[in-house]
Design a protein around this ligand. Structure first.
Ligand SMILES: Cc1cc2nc3c(=O)[nH]c(=O)nc-3n(C[C@H](O)[C@H](O)[C@H](O)COP(=O)(O)OP(=O)(O)OC[C@H]3O[C@@H](n4cnc5c(N)ncnc54)[C@H](O)[C@@H]3O)c2cc1C
Length: 423
């Protein structure tokens, strides 16, 4: 079959690769001038780059690791160097925390009886295999789940960890939280040369058209027509591997509204993600990873020397700072001009870590702005999606359809290819 894959992120490229292996003829359409989607790395100089989206993989990503092994890419995996310990700052006072679940961070903040329940809960979670997101029994929010265990843990441990990256715990699925905590037992890796390097390798095996923005899919006799940059191409099937805000525009005009409507695109919410990365020569006098509590506009400020690694790589003898905005603030920043977002993030970071050198001193200033970032996973989300997303001739893939993060994208891509069977 002739199949079009829309989107050259982890999901689309995995789908395309598996489809080619199955004997199909495949063209991938990618709107950007590069592949990788939300694994994109900003390159500043040889050996100096920042993973702007995904920053790490875990040993729990079994399908992703198998794919990398097939591609000869596992040599790029290196143990994660970004800092694990964190400081919790409350009312101007900082508390040293530690990674979960070995020592629940901020124990001082959790009343005795809650601490005991939290320990039991973490012990119970040890029975969870760290194999990613499960969709069964997912009928409550993370807040509802944590309430009887430890409201203080929710506020002081999990909200700072998750709300900066995802969404308020009151909107997030409990299974999502449980899976993440369980996955923290896995080993974590960064990808040398940038998180997108393996996806660039996979793109060498498939026909990818860059700068090709798909505008619509429409019916053309017994086949489908994919229209990219106003040029149509006839195909037998389509894998839509773009997130809902982009995909909705052309999918809702696709040919089978009776089931496309059931996708409930509008129930998939995405939050913005804004981060400020700064780097300059010289060693950082301290190693800081500070999460202010109660959380305000900033989720965390990290300041380290290059040799300690970053979400990417910093040259030896350099120092770097990463400022991550908190969940709600991301949405305020996303529409501001870059210079203003940088100034605001900087001012907030300097209030949390006053020792930071002034903004003008930093040689590299890079604002990360994702408009289609990490999806909000409401309870039951994936269960609903599973029923609708894999029906040829139009099959959906992406982290929002199957399971979160890179592993979810890879699994969804493989499932999309399987839906078409052998070529
Ligand atoms: C800030 C941030 C941090 C993250 N951290 C991690 C992490 O540490 N670990 C982890 O595992 N995951 C992380 N993730 C999630 C991970 O990056 C994603 O789950 C994964 O990359 C999603 O892949 P995808 O293929 O589903 O979607 P995407 O990567 O979004 O790919 C979709 C592609 O479709 C293209 N596209 C859109 N519209 C069109 C169109 N009309 N025509 C053609 N092409 C189009 C886009 O340009 C894009 O390339 C993070 C994400 C963000 C944003």
């Amino acid at each position: 079959m002739q199949i079009a894959v829309i989107g050259a992120g982890a999901a689309g490229l995995t789908a395309a690769y598996r489809l080619v292996q199955a004997g199909h003829r495949v063209v991938v359409y990618e709107a950007q001038p590069y592949v990788g989607g939300r694994t994109h790395s900003a390159q500043f100089a040889p050996g100096h780059y920042l993973d702007t989206g995904a920053g790490w993989l875990t040993s729990a990503y079994t399908r992703t690791l198998r794919l990398f092994e097939e591609l000869g890419e596992t040599g790029r995996l290196q143990p994660m160097k970004a800092s694990a310990p964190s400081e919790l700052m409350i009312d101007g006072k900082s508390f040293i925390g530690a990674g979960l679940p070995r020592t629940p961070a901020g124990e001082h903040l959790i009343p005795g009886e809650e601490r005991e329940r939290l320990r039991n809960w973490l012990h119970w979670l040890e029975g969870y295999p760290p194999l990613g997101f499960r969709t069964f029994n997912d009928n409550e929010t993370a807040s509802q789940h944590m309430m009887p265990v430890s409201p203080a843990a929710e506020r002081f441990l999990f909200a700072p960890m998750f709300e900066g990256l995802f969404a308020p715990l009151s909107e997030q699925s409990a299974e999502f939280l449980r899976s993440w905590i369980a996955a923290s037992r896995a080993r974590y890796f960064q990808v040398r040369d940038g998180m997108d390097a393996p996806w660039q390798r996979i793109a060498m095996h498939v026909d990818v058209r860059l700068n090709a923005r798909v505008e619509m899919i429409r019916q053309g006799g017994s086949r489908l027509e994919v229209v990219a940059n106003s040029v149509g191409a006839a195909v037998d099937g389509v894998v839509v591997a773009v997130p809902p805000p982009q995909g909705a525009a052309f999918v809702t005009r696709a040919i089978e509204p009776r089931w496309v409507a059931q996708l409930n695109y509008e129930h998939v919410e995405y939050s913005g993600q804004c981060r400020l990365y700064l780097a300059m020569p010289g060693d950082a006098p301290v190693r800081i990873h500070r999460r202010p509590l109660p959380m305000g506009r900033i989720a965390s400020v990290e300041w380290q020397s290059g040799s300690d690694g970053a979400w990417g790589a910093c040259p030896p003898g350099w120092q770097w700072v990463l400022v991550c905005a908190n969940e709600a603030y991301n949405n305020d920043l996303i529409d501001l001009p870059d210079f203003e977002a940088i100034e605001r993030l900087w001012a907030d970071a300097a209030a949390i870590v006053p020792e930071l050198p002034p903004l003008r001193a930093w040689k590299v200033r890079h604002l990360v702005k994702w408009r289609h970032a990490v999806p909000t996973m409401a309870p039951g989300h994936f269960t609903r999606m599973a029923a609708y997303t894999r029906r040829p001739p139009v099959v959906f893939a992406g982290d929002w359809t199957h399971q979160a993060c890179i592993e979810g994208a890879v699994r969804s891509g493989e499932a999309a290819a399987e839906a078409f069977g052998p070529g």
